[in-house]
Design a protein around this ligand. Structure first.
Ligand code: PEP
Ligand code: MN
Length: 350
């Protein structure tokens, strides 16, 4: 339930509403806006007697949020949420962000070379897994904490913020310490204890769609994070399983405008896992931007043939640079811009 205050409501009136909500046994979440303050009532609000709140002075309107993903929905908050992972790197505004890097962190040399290459190509954030969720327990599992240290080194060398995956709560604390954005992968999208744990942290979260998850499932998972108090959540389409084995996944582009209509959270797309095929990454990366994605996440490796994971879907650095060029053209055709690489001053003309 959402209590919208009149635009001339006083602070005392807002505090009174908060108090009444708490007396009723719910949590109140005041959300000051440019025009007026709204107060969210958090909890199972099915049986709330709204007349008690409607009668309080300063209350303009009580809105019953119909969606089960309450705080994630546009009913709760109509304007876009801007998620900032580092100074100048924000998702959900007009600017498009490009997260790029290898699937896994493999060595200091490999991650620094990757970071330099993607920065040169126009990336605005560096990805790379230190904790890898592999289908086989015998496959490369990532370098763990050492990998995070290497990512931190790559950030010092390039200025690119780090997006990296956590598989469990302990790993999430480590990622929060070293990285700038905690990635929750497809396999963990419904790991509710992990979602709650990152919801209690003060770090942005990149939540990827599960491989058999509906769009509502994705939004409900995001709700777990917001319910714990963290609204810095970026959603990501990364393809779903289908009957067709021609591509690794079925890259669901319709999910982008669907989610953006239903939710105020930024929505990006990952054409690398979405297709699993190097030569399909560029066309589908372009398509994701054309469909309105707030960013793309792309796997890029300095030497894909020698990658320890996902080499077959990783772009060569020159392919990545070309993709970014094309994405800039598409962005401008739809009235958006691609963010500048952090630390790059805009070119002064005249
Ligand atoms: C990844 O980003 O490397 C990854 C494992 O992605 P997903 O969780 O989408 O499979
Ligand atoms: Mn991968």
């Amino acid at each position: 339930m959402l209590i919208v205050m009149a635009n001339n409501a006083t602070r005392d009136q807002v505090e009174r509403v908060v108090k009444v909500i708490e007396e009723m046994g719910y949590t109140a979440r005041p959300m000051p806006g440019e025009q007026r303050t709204a107060i969210g009532l958090v909890g199972n609000d099915g049986r709330v007697d709204s007349s008690r709140i409607e009668g309080l002075s300063g209350v303009a309107e009580v809105i019953h949020v119909t969606k089960p993903y309450k705080q994630v929905s546009r009913e709760w908050k109509s304007e876009n949420t801007i998620v900032t992972i580092a100074p100048g790197v924000s998702f959900g505004g007009n600017e498009i962000q490009i997260i790029a890097g290898p699937c896994s962190v493999e060595s200091e040399q490999q991650i620094v070379a990757s970071a330099l290459a993607v920065r040169a190509g126009g990336a605005t954030a560096l990805r790379g897994g230190a904790f890898k969720p592999r289908s086989s327990p015998y496959s490369f599992q990532g370098l763990g904490k050492k990998g995070l240290e290497m990512l931190a080194l790559a950030r010092r060398e390039t200025g690119l913020p780090i997006v990296t995956e956590a598989l469990d709560e302990e790993g999430a604390h480590l990622v929060a310490e070293y990285g700038d954005c905690i990635q929750i992968g497809a396999r963990n999208m419904q790991n509710y204890s992990l979602l709650r744990a990152v919801g209690r942290m003060k770090k942005p979260v990149l939540l990827k769609r599960g491989m058999a998850a509906t769009i509502v499932d994705l939004l409900m998972s995001a709700e777990y994070i917001l319910a714990e108090g963290n609204d810095q959540v970026i959603l990501c389409e990364r393809g779903i399983r289908s009957f067709d084995t021609m591509a690794r996944n079925l890259f669901d582009l319709t999910a982008i405008p669907l989610v953006q209509r239903l939710s105020h959270l930024p929505m990006i797309a990952d054409p690398s896992h979405g297709t699993g095929l190097r030569d399909k990454v560029t066309p589908m990366g372009r398509a994701a931007i054309a469909a309105g994605a707030d960013g793309i996440l792309v796997e890029v490796h300095p030497n894909p043939d020698r990658a320890l994971s996902d080499g077959g879907q990783s772009l060569f650095p020159d392919q990545f640079a070309r993709l970014v060029q094309e994405v800039r053209a598409i962005a401008s055709a739809i009235g958006r811009t691609v963010a500048l690489t952090p630390g790059t001053a805009p070119i002064q003309v005249g």
